[in-house]
Write a protein that binds this ligand. Sequence first.
Ligand SMILES: *[C@@H]1O[C@H](CO)[C@@H](O)[C@H](O)[C@H]1NC(C)=O
Ligand SMILES: *[C@@H]1O[C@H](CO)[C@@H](O)[C@H](O)[C@H]1NC(C)=O
Ligand SMILES: *[C@@H]1O[C@H](CO)[C@@H](O)[C@H](O)[C@H]1NC(C)=O
Length: 406
Amino acid sequence: MLILLLFLSLFQPAHSSCPEGFDLIRDGECRGEHGTVYACHDESIKLAMDQCKEIQGQPLSIHSEEDQTYWSSRASDWIIMGLLCNSITQKWQWMDGSAVDYKPRTPSDDKNYANTLNNDCTNGWTWYLNSTGYWSGGHSTAMMDSHLYCTVQLHPPVPAEDGCVGFDDDREDGECYQVGEAAETWQEAQMNCKLLGANLASIHNQQENSFVRRLAASKGALNGVFLGATTSGKGTDYGWVDGSTWDYENFHQGFPMAGFGDCVAMDTSLSAGQWMNMDCSSNLPVSCIRDQKPVVIPTCSAGPWEEGTIITSPGFPYSASTFCDYFLAVEVGKKVEVEIIFLEANSCCDSLLLYDGYLGAPVLANLTGEQRNVTYITTSSNMMRVNWQPNGGVNVRGMAMTFRGV
Ligand SMILES: *[C@@H]1O[C@H](CO)[C@@H](O)[C@H](O)[C@H]1NC(C)=O
Ligand SMILES: *[C@@H]1O[C@H](CO)[C@@H](O)[C@H](O)[C@H]1NC(C)=O
Ligand SMILES: *[C@@H]1O[C@H](CO)[C@@H](O)[C@H](O)[C@H]1NC(C)=O
């Protein structure tokens, strides 16, 4: 149970995604509407703060012309702004403590709010924005209904400086292993490891095999664990999904056995930790592996890519700022079907482009923001170019996808 809890907490960091109905805009900031506030001016800002806090957010702040344009376009009526009076300096400031470094342009005959913003502030005054871009302060006991918008900041996982935080350390070979909860499918198993910045485990010698077997047993996984190997359906040629060399195997006598499945699992009930091929949809816990030192500068890998593997943007899920081009090919005569399993990109700046072919082909999809489990198929080509084009990629995790021929 403890292990399961540990895993759930690793899979679901404080803000694993934007709250429902929110858009991911820039630098990992989600923006969206969160009900209304009915209160007098003196109370509105306090209620707004409390309501946004329910989703770990805060009322909107405006630091640039771009923010001003964005929020004015959202304001069908007056919406509450996150300006607070600093009781020590008696100056207005944003809720996160940042200074009022942007002020809306005012018509020359209306100095009202510019002055109010510059003057010493009064507690119990709430600021509102309307669709014309006006900022208006209110300080009265009249009740008023206003729309509430909040912003919520995403925090992608932070790679451990060193060592195997959250993982078990096999000191002898410098690798980190973990055994995770059972997944519905092989693909989900891969994804569970990828979200931890890891891969399904590959095993290269008897010592690693023993380590994984002991780890699995110590976590109560005595009915077997999935390893990171498949046949890709073509005979008994096995390969590791992390791309490492097939230089060791420990199959149970008689295995791999034709017709028993294309994935590989370890029998953890016996100390020898022997392997069997299994149906990929078997419900088994998964073993994940990652290097002790996470990649510092992510690099784009040129492939080639196998159908069914989970492909992620460089540095996933720790960083998303490295450009990468992926060329996906399937058998001649088939079309490429790509499933975007996970996309977390800033809609201001980062995009994922899917081409209906590769050179000179039209764009099939131009994706950004948050996407889960969306599928695209080429019109006729057996190739697809997928282009991860971050423009900053700040505070987001990037992309994970897979593909197959159809
Ligand atoms: C926004 O407020 C200003 C100042 O009160 C007003 O002149 C303007 O008409 C308002 N715009 C809308 C769309 O209500
Ligand atoms: C993709 O969409 C973004 C806006 O979200 C746009 O700036 C960009 O030019 C588009 N790219 C292509 C190749 O269509
Ligand atoms: C992804 O979508 C397909 C159909 O669009 C559905 O059959 C499948 O169950 C979905 N998978 C997940 C993990 O949501």
